[in-house]
Design a protein around this ligand. Structure first.
Ligand SMILES: [Zn+2]
Length: 285
């Protein structure tokens, strides 16, 4: 059976781009008789506002998107993330890093999907573990896993290229797991068979596929969909994430707007003036 999820972070209210992503995840599951769930990625420290989980559930109901099962949260799963990281550490695949963002930016000679590419400064330095971030030794991890493939429903078979990210952080200094580690483990725990998300996270799937191999997790299929965006005056595209002055889904719900009609419009590709699907980008440098 197909299982999808919508997995927003509770750092702020949902907006139109979230609604579009939720409609896609929901409809792909329902069209194939599968299940759809809501997962709240609430381990982002101070930025996380757990009270938004109830808002998100209400937003989905307003859009006419029914969820199966209870709302899943990341915060009760910290031990699972820690155990996975410990396993990788024992296998000699993680190392502690004390670099700051500014130090990495200054030392980097290339860039990856997330910005300046970490140049491996701490890889063989055997630094103290206290207060460190933990990075994956990418070359060693790839050598252990061997060549890997994954499949995107829209883009077809992909050869995994996690090296695009260099030695990614799996355990953050300020959070018990990075997005890559937590999302990969959660999708396995929740038995997600079809991972839907925006095309801006396409490259992240290279890393997630590697983590699945290293951690012995099941491999889902992916569906990276287009993102809603708007064009700046200079013609460049901007993700809809924090559109200036646009009301949130919660604002629109409380104002009495018809959420099901909004979902129908998104399905039909009828977007508000100035908003359209951005040209597909796969997050590669
Ligand atoms: Zn470092």
């Amino acid at each position: 059976m197909i299982v999808t999820r919508f997995a927003p972070s509770p750092n702020g209210p949902l907006h139109l781009g979230h609604a579009y992503a939720a409609v896609i995840a929901h409809d792909l599951a329902r069209a194939r008789g599968g299940a759809f769930s809501l997962r709240v990625e609430d381990i982002d420290g101070e930025r996380s506002r757990p009270e938004l989980a109830a808002e998100f559930a209400a937003d989905l109901a307003w859009l006419g998107l029914s969820c199966d099962g209870p709302v899943v949260r990341q915060s009760p799963r910290l031990a699972r993330y820690a155990a996975a990281a410990e396993g990788l550490r024992r296998a000699g695949l993680l190392y502690p890093c004390h670099c700051t963002r500014a130090e990495i930016a200054a030392a980097a000679t290339a860039s990856g999907p997330d910005g300046p590419l970490y140049p491996g400064t701490c890889r063989h330095r055997n630094l103290p573990e206290e207060g460190a971030a933990w990075r994956l030794d990418m070359a060693r991890a790839m050598a252990q896993a061997g060549p890997l493939e994954w499949f995107d429903e829209l883009d077809g078979p992909q050869l995994a290229r996690p090296e695009l990210f260099g030695d990614v952080v799996l355990v953050r200094k300020d959070a018990p797991a990075s997005y890559h580690l937590a999302a990969t483990l959660d999708d396995a725990t929740d038995a997600i068979t079809l991972v839907t998300r925006g095309a801006d996270l396409f490259a992240a799937s290279h890393v997630h596929r590697l983590l699945q191999a290293l951690l012995g997790l099941p491999v889902p299929t992916w569906h990276h969909h287009g993102l809603l965006g708007e064009r700046d005056a200079d013609g460049s595209w901007r993700k809809l994430a924090k559109r200036r002055g646009a009301p949130s889904l919660g604002d629109r719900r409380r104002a009495g707007e018809d959420g099901r009609a909004l979902a129908e419009a998104l399905r039909a590709g009828a977007f508000p003036a100035g908003i359209s699907l951005m040209p597909v980008l796969h997050g590669e440098p």
